[in-house]
Design a protein around this ligand. Structure first.
Ligand SMILES: [Fe+2]
Length: 213
């Protein structure tokens, strides 16, 4: 598998390129900034971007999706519950979109990406699992979590989503949607030990730490 984390834009966002070494098909995860940089990397690697996967609807992850899809003819994938705001970023009606649900599987050549619905930061936030790598968007960061005070945010749902991620196993690598930590990627096991929010085992502890109770 070709897998690359790329920091883009002024808000420490990460985009990712996931490619299948045999078919040379690739997906870009999140398209907020600097899509030329992403296209250049794909071209150098002789990868053809034919899918764009969006972890959630916030503009710093989606605002370049129209342009990226027009330049590559990529199909755009996102969770159905984040459709309303993402649809506003897709101005060209010729762009094909596919709405996702929990447990859906996206294929990139022979690679399989599993969709895990993790609401809380937004209603349709998703994490994407490919081999032992989990792309967590703004659900889980290194030593932090996504905020829940923006439109559609829900702290209790985020707590429940984090419990779902804990079950994936300590060795699963965590690739967040922003470069907010002291390292650029982590593991579920490390976050269980060091991330104060991810450590919480009860809703009460969690809401308390969030300053909500
Ligand atoms: Fe966000």
């Amino acid at each position: 598998m070709f897998f690359k984390q790329i920091q883009v834009g002024p808000m420490q966002n990460f985009s990712y390129i996931i490619g299948d070494e045999n078919s040379r098909e690739a997906a870009v995860v999140d398209a907020g900034w600097e899509i030329e940089k992403l296209i250049d990397i794909a071209n150098k690697e002789k990868l053809k971007i034919n899918k764009v996967l969006l972890t959630h609807s916030h503009y710093d992850h989606v605002q370049k999706v129209n342009e990226l899809s027009e330049k590559t003819s990529a199909v755009v994938y996102f969770h159905e519950l984040d459709s309303e705001s993402i649809n506003k970023s897709i101005k060209n009606s010729g762009i094909k979109i596919i709405k996702l649900k929990n447990n859906d599987e996206i294929k990139i050549g022979s690679l399989k990406i599993k969709v895990i619905h993790t609401p809380g930061h937004t209603p349709g936030a998703i994490c994407l699992l490919v081999e032992n790598k989990l792309l967590t968007g703004d659900t889980l960061f290194v030593n932090a979590i996504g905020r829940t005070d923006l439109a559609g945010g829900d702290a209790i749902k985020l707590f429940e989503s984090l419990q779902k991620l804990k079950k994936l196993g300590d060795n699963v690598e965590v690739y967040p949607g922003h470069n907010y930590g002291e390292i650029q990627f982590s593991t579920i096991g490390r976050e269980k030990k060091t991330n104060p929010y991810f450590k919480c085992s009860t809703k009460e502890q969690f809401l308390n730490l969030m300053g909500l109770i």
